[in-house]
Every structure is written in C-alpha cells, then in structure tokens.
Ligand binder design. Structure first.
Ligand code: SIN
Length: 299
C-alpha cells in the first residue's frame, strides 16, 4: 500500500518570545523589554502586548532594530492604518509611514518638523480619530526631543462631580485647520492645502468626555491643537470652558515624559492620552517614523 501524502491543515503555532513588561516608576507608562517586533509575534504575545497597551496607555519598546515595513506590519495587527494628509512627508514606498523630522536636505524639510507642537490626540479632527500611534526613533538629538504624554483618564477622574455632570452631554468641534495658519507662519514650508486635502480634513464633532471602547474608562477628549469650540455654546463660554479643560488635561501629575533612546519604538493610545513634542534645538537632527491606526467613532 502506498503511503498517503500528509495534509497540513494549519501552520504550527508560533513560539512565544521571552519579554518583560515593566511599569515606569512614578508613571502610568510601561517599558517592554526583550521582544523583537520584527519577528513573527504569536497570538499569545500579541494579546499580552494588547492588554499592556490598554493598562498603561503608553508602551516603550526598547531596542527595536526593525524596518519601516516591519513597523507597518506590527501596527496593522491593531487595525487599518491612516494616511496623513501631508503626503509630501510620506516615506518613499511606504505611504503608511509619516516622517517626523526637523532635518532639511537642500533647504527642503524631509519631514513634518513641527508635528506635536501643541498638545493633541492624533487625527482627532477625523470622524474616526486614531486608536493609537507608533513612533520609531531613527535619528535622535544629543539634547532635547522629548515627547510628553498626559493621561486623560486621570485628568477626567480628578474633576469634581459637578463639572463631570456639566461635561457629560457636551460635544466639541475638532479641526485640522485650527492652528494651521499659525504653524504655517512659523514654518513656511507647510503648504497651502489643496481643495482635495481640505475635503479630507473637514471638522468633526466628538463627545468632550469619551468612553474607551475597550476598557469602558472615561477620558477627557479635547486638545489645544485641534479642539475649536463646544458645540452649541456661545463663543465666550466655550473658550472659557475649553481653556479650563486644556489646563486640567496637562497638569504635571498626569504627565509621562519620554526621553528617547536609540531603538525606541513608542506606542500610545490616542483614546487615553494627549501628547506634545517638547522641542528640539534646530541645529540638532531628529528623525522618527510614525504609523497611525484608525480607531472607532468616539462615544
Ligand atoms: C507627533 O505628535 O506625532 C510627534 C511627536 C514628537 O515628535 O515627539
């Protein structure tokens, strides 16, 4: 009797990698040490990372020697990637990667140098803002260049009950154009947006307090960069309330300051934190690659 060919029904399960998740002392963030995001990640390892992301809101993966394509592949495990409206700063051959950099070549910027100049949650001006973003260090300055993250669950939890009641039904407008001309005056390389780009960044209206779709936790969801007004409120009251909320959302006790190290890949939850680029001296080159994952409709 001839031997039957064996039929492989499924690939063997991937082996788990050995890695640690270490809370950063005095902060909500955590470091992930020992994992290689460039290697295939088992479902079990992915689940651990996913849970750590929900628990800590900012994960710092140390020592990642990965290619942009590997960054894209890891990011895509969390959802569809969003393409930034500033097409000129896409990485060649990898449109999902936005170059964040202050470097100029032949007088022309190679990346969005002023990304993160104001506190914000990425792409909050979209109907479906970002679930999370990943920033992978390529070239780091000898000084400066830190990124600050503020925990918006903690900022919300610390509000008085009476203010929480006021905020509960409110919605606010988010606009990509809110600070565009101000940034353009400082960074003239920012192009005037074409009609097609303007159509891509029509303002969106979202709850002022959103409920995290995976954890059920409430978070403030306004930012000085993109939030322009409280829907249906008179301008003066709207500005006064927003100023109070911007101040609350970035109190020092809610902030984790990330000082970049070579090989760092930082993955934050835009539904839980706002962030800010603390600034880099102009003469010190800084370059990072950003991918951004689409999220849900805020509720
Ligand atoms: C960003 O806002 O995506 C960039 C933050 C940074 O450059 O530190």
């Amino acid at each position: 009797m001839s031997a039957r060919p064996s039929i492989v029904l499924s690939d063997p399960p991937l082996a788990s990698q050995e890695f640690d998740i270490r809370p950063v002392a005095g902060s909500f963030a955590a470091e992930v040490v020992g994992v290689d995001l460039g290697a295939p990640l088992s479902d079990q390892d992915f689940a651990r990372i996913h849970q750590a992301h929900l628990d800590h809101h900012v994960l710092v993966f140390r020592d990642q020697r990965i290619t942009p394509a590997q960054q894209v592949a890891f990011s895509q495990r969390f959802g569809t990637l969003q393409i930034h409206v500033q097409r000129k700063f896409q990485l060649a051959g990898q449109p999902e990667v936005l170059i964040v950099s202050n470097i100029k070549e032949k007088g022309e910027p190679i990346g969005l140098g002023d990304a993160g100049a104001y506190w914000h949650s990425d792409l909050s001006y979209k109907d479906r803002p970002s679930l999370g973003s990943l920033l992978h260090a390529q070239i780091l300055p000898e000084e400066g260049g830190d990124t600050l993250f503020a925990n918006q669950h903690a900022a919300y939890d610390a509000l008085s009950d009476s203010l929480k009641r006021v905020l509960a039904p409110l919605r606010a407008e988010h606009s990509y154009l809110a600070k565009y001309e101000e940034l353009r005056a400082r960074s003239p390389w920012r192009p005037a947006l074409t009609p097609a780009q303007l159509a891509e960044v029509r303002p969106a209206v979202h709850p002022v307090v959103r409920t995290h779709p995976e954890t059920g936790r409430k978070a403030l969801f306004v930012s000085e960069h993109f939030t322009t007004r409280i829907d249906s409120w008179p301008a003066q009251e709207s500005q006064a309330l927003l100023a109070q909320l911007f101040d609350q959302s970035t109190q020092p006790q809610f902030i984790y300051r990330h000082q970049w190290q070579s090989g760092d890949l930082v993955f934050w939850d835009n539904r839980s934190v706002v962030h800010l680029a603390a600034g880099t001296p102009d003469h010190l080159p800084r370059k990072l690659y950003r991918t951004t994952i689409e999220g849900d409709l805020p509720r």
